[in-house]
Design a binder for this molecule. Structure first.
Ligand code: HEM
Ligand code: MG
Length: 313
């Protein structure tokens, strides 16, 4: 049965995190890495088990300690991922899965910045062609740095690119939200906390995205951070939707949550995504799901009413 989620950091300022207790180590045979450069880096520096398999509590501690991710954001992301992409313990029963964070359309999604769409075969490995585009946009809109202006333009570009090339392109909730959040994460977390000017150097970016490597002397963010900068979504507004009949057939999906219906993100995630994986759980599985759903609700609790797909007892 899952333990209680860790609370916020006691000391939540900047500090050296690429320290002598957390040196970068190369991958060993059997180590697992996924589509997230943040978690990959934490595993390669020993903030998470080097093999890449971790519990929700370990991940919350690691993203707080290593990157100063804010507690409620960390909880939301971790329990959302855990509920759909469980990577610990014995394999759950079908249709749930334990293939981890790469599992397409649960947490992983299309139009990533440095990873290709699942349709093209590999949705998790660093993709040099895409990093070249990331670089070109940083040169064109950020004078050689990745910043919020670049984030807005490159996010829009990746969506347009998927519309034009991926017949299966899908961009509905939750991906609709995570795509924008992940576009600002490099600015919030990959810039040294002593620098704080919002301008991410491209060599530093490559270190994280490709090599899972913090720069020498790297200091985490100077205060707890989450989705600051999400307003980049307003620069080129797009409705959640999908290509419905091949490339260039992007059609808005009014049943998807968007930025005006934040609670629907939570409700659809629970009632559709989680319930499709676990239609009628019983016994300890039901208990564990209920507990994890409780943990997931916490970051939404000041704005949204709780839903109880498996009853309320
Ligand atoms: C992408 C999970 C924390 C930075 C992703 C993806 C997943 C994920 C599944 C793939 C989505 C996609 O692009 O298709 C998680 C979980 C976290 C977490 C469960 C637990 C809190 C972090 C942190 C950072 C971070 C702390 C930064 C330090 C990123 C970035 C991407 C990403 C930049 C986009 C990669 C790209 O588009 O090429 N994350 N993440 N994540 N994550 Fe995380
Ligand atoms: Mg992806």
């Amino acid at each position: 049965s899952p333990g209680a989620p860790p609370g916020p950091l006691k000391f939540n300022g900047t500090k050296l995190v690429n320290d002598h207790q957390h040196p970068w180590k190369p991958l060993k045979h059997g180590d697992i890495r996924g589509p997230c450069p943040g978690l990959n880096t934490l595993a390669s520096h020993g903030y998470l088990p080097h093999n890449g398999i971790a519990t929700p509590a370990q991940i919350i501690n690691a993203v707080q300690e290593g990157f100063n991710m804010e507690n409620s954001v960390a909880r939301l992301v971790v329990y959302a991922a855990h509920l759909v992409d469980d990577v610990t313990g014995p394999s759950p029963q079908a249709p749930a899965n334990a293939a981890g964070l790469n599992t397409h359309a649960l947490f992983e999604g299309d139009a990533s910045m440095t990873r290709a769409d699942a349709f093209f075969g590999d949705n998790h490995s660093f993709n040099e062609t895409l990093f070249d585009e990331f670089t070109a946009f940083s040169n064109r809109f950020g004078a050689g740095k990745y910043n919020l202006t670049v984030a807005a333009e490159y996010r829009f570009h990746r969506i347009q690119e998927s519309i034009a090339t991926n017949p299966n392109f899908s961009f509905v909730s939750s991906r609709f939200f995570t795509a924008y959040a992940e576009s600002v994460f490099p600015i919030n977390f990959f810039i040294d906390g002593r620098q704080g000017d919002g301008q991410l150097d491209l060599d530093v970016a490559r270190g994280f995205f490709q090599n899972m490597h913090m720069p020498d002397g790297f200091h985490r963010a100077s205060k707890p951070m989450g989705i600051e900068g999400l307003e980049i979504a307003n620069v080129h507004p797009i409705s959640p939707g999908a290509n419905v009949n091949g490339v260039n057939t992007y059609t808005p999906d009014p049943s998807s949550a968007d930025f005006t219906t934040f609670c629907l993100l939570y409700v659809n995630f629970v009632n559709q995504t989680v319930c499709s994986l676990y239609p009628s759980p019983t016994g300890n599985l039901k208990k564990a799901l209920t507990k994890n759903l409780e943990f997931l609700y916490y970051p939404f609790s000041d704005q949204c009413s709780q839903v109880f797909p498996y009853g309320n007892d």
